[in-house]
Write a protein that binds this ligand. Structure first.
Ligand code: ATP
Ligand code: MG
Length: 417
């Protein structure tokens, strides 16, 4: 590759920002993931800018800034309705406990800054004219499709063990090979992952699951034993293995997690596998856990019964039901996408709240104390309406509940009229 590239697109739009910093007497470069993705012709949504200017100096240059991560040297600059993250050249000198350090040391040298970056492909800088500064031969590795630690991999993984997860994630995202020494070093340092906050591991693992070359990342995780130090995965090697052969691409992260849960359950010898506990251990947000479990249980029902019935589809909602149909096509079952869509479109109601009868209506018909019977009666009415056994009208529902003996028939029952 040449040592000069054409500055285009979002990079070109960002040049005035760098120029302002340079005009104030400092250095400024495009760096990091945005440069990597640009060189790979991938879509770039945000540029990473590195500078010799200290955060307070950046704040003097631009009138509108936000301190997003000033202790790490990052200032957000608002300019022409866009925002730019600008990070001061830094080293991370004081590593403790194999974790990213709390404090950083600012430096004035780009080379020093690139040295603390994780992989050669992420340690390339480009100036406003498109000249490439690449002291660690990242361009060469990009061309070879290789993920290689900057410098000594042992040292780099001991400084920050998350980098091992980043390596396998990048392998999955980019269809790259992890360079031999780097891969061996992950094998030797895998246990250090235990020092890393689960939330950070989760972000990388989720990106891996969502990647086009997921199997590549999973293989690297298995080969290096990295999976053993991820939450609740130590004894799930078979499940991870079974995910390798799947060419599935997930539309949403929840679908990826649900599919993983399904694989774990089918490959688990332990019949007490608890999906909720598993997701909690991975520290997913409660909302994500709920959505994932909905998909997971829906998927199980779908596989067991060979299809989703109107009641399942009503409860799941359109997106989840269709999501499940795309998942089953990877479990040796034919997707019934069109059938599900047709059933959904023909549902008489789409939400519980649309039922023409509520608990108050029921209570008016009897003096029996409110209790579980109310929710049970409403649920059976809802089901009957969903199946179009009765129209969604208050009187029809009440009459139906009456004939089905769903309203307590006690002496003090009020007239239904
Ligand atoms: P993504 O496409 O997911 O954003 P990225 O490489 O841009 O990937 P970021 O977390 O945005 O990842 O980080 C930007 C840059 O900062 C990286 O390209 C790399 O140079 C550096 N970096 C990020 N995390 C680490 C780390 N744990 N150790 C060393 N350098 C890192
Ligand atoms: Mg990035």
């Amino acid at each position: 590759m040449e040592n000069k590239i054409v500055i285009d697109g979002i990079f070109k739009e960002s040049v005035p920002i760098l120029t302002k910093i340079i005009d104030a007497g400092f250095e400024a470069y495009f760096v990091g993931g945005s440069v990597r993705d640009y060189l790979l012709n991938h879509e770039v949504n945000d540029v990473d800018i590195a500078t010799s200017a200290l955060p307070y100096e950046i704040k003097k240059i631009f009138s509108r800034t936000v301190d997003v991560g000033i202790e790490h040297g990052t200032v957000l600059v608002l300019y022409n309705n866009e925002s730019y993250e600008i990070t001061t050249f830094r080293t991370e000198s004081t590593y403790k406990d194999f974790r990213r350090p709390d404090s950083v040391t600012f430096v004035r040298s780009l080379r020093e800054d690139l040295r603390r970056r994780d992989f050669t492909m992420n340690a390339i800088a480009v100036d406003t004219n498109g000249y490439i500064f690449d002291p660690y031969q990242g361009m060469k590795d990009l061309k070879l499709g290789v993920i290689r630690a900057v410098g000594n991999p042992h040292e780099r993984f001991q400084e920050d063990a998350l980098r091992m997860m980043r390596a396998v994630r990048f392998a999955a995202q980019l269809d790259f090979e992890i360079e031999k020494e780097t891969q061996l070093s992950i094998g030797e340092n895998a246990a250090l992952l235990e020092n890393i906050a689960v939330e950070r591991i989760q972000i990388e693992f989720e990106k891996l699951l969502m990647s086009s070359w997921r199997s590549k990342g999973l293989q690297a995780m298995i080969q290096s034993q990295l999976f053993k130090y991820c939450p609740e995965l130590a004894d799930k090697k078979e499940a991870l293995h079974s995910l390798i052969s799947d060419q599935i691409s997930f539309e949403r992260a929840e679908a990826a997690w649900a599919f993983l849960l399904y694989k774990i359950e089918t490959h688990s010898l332990n019949k007490n596998f608890n999906p909720h506990y598993f997701l909690k251990k991975w520290k997913l947000s409660n909302k994500k856990i709920q959505n994932t479990l909905t998909l997971y249980y829906g998927l199980k029902t779908r596989v067991e019964n060979q299809e989703l019935n109107p009641w399942n589809i009503f409860n799941l909602g359109k997106d989840a039901a269709l999501g499940i149909e795309s998942l089953v096509s990877h479990l040796d079952q034919e997707s019934k996408h069109d059938q599900v869509k047709r059933i959904y479109d023909n549902l008489p109601i789409y939400k519980k709240e649309e039922l023409a009868l509520n608990g108050h209506d029921l209570m008016k018909k009897t003096t029996k104390k409110p209790g579980k019977w109310i929710s049970e009666a409403l649920e059976s009415a809802l089901k009957a309406v969903v199946y179009k056994e009765i129209p969604n009208e208050k009187e029809s529902i009440l009459n139906w509940l009456d004939t089905e003996n769903k309203i307590p028939y006690v002496n003090d029952r009020k007239s239904l009229e």
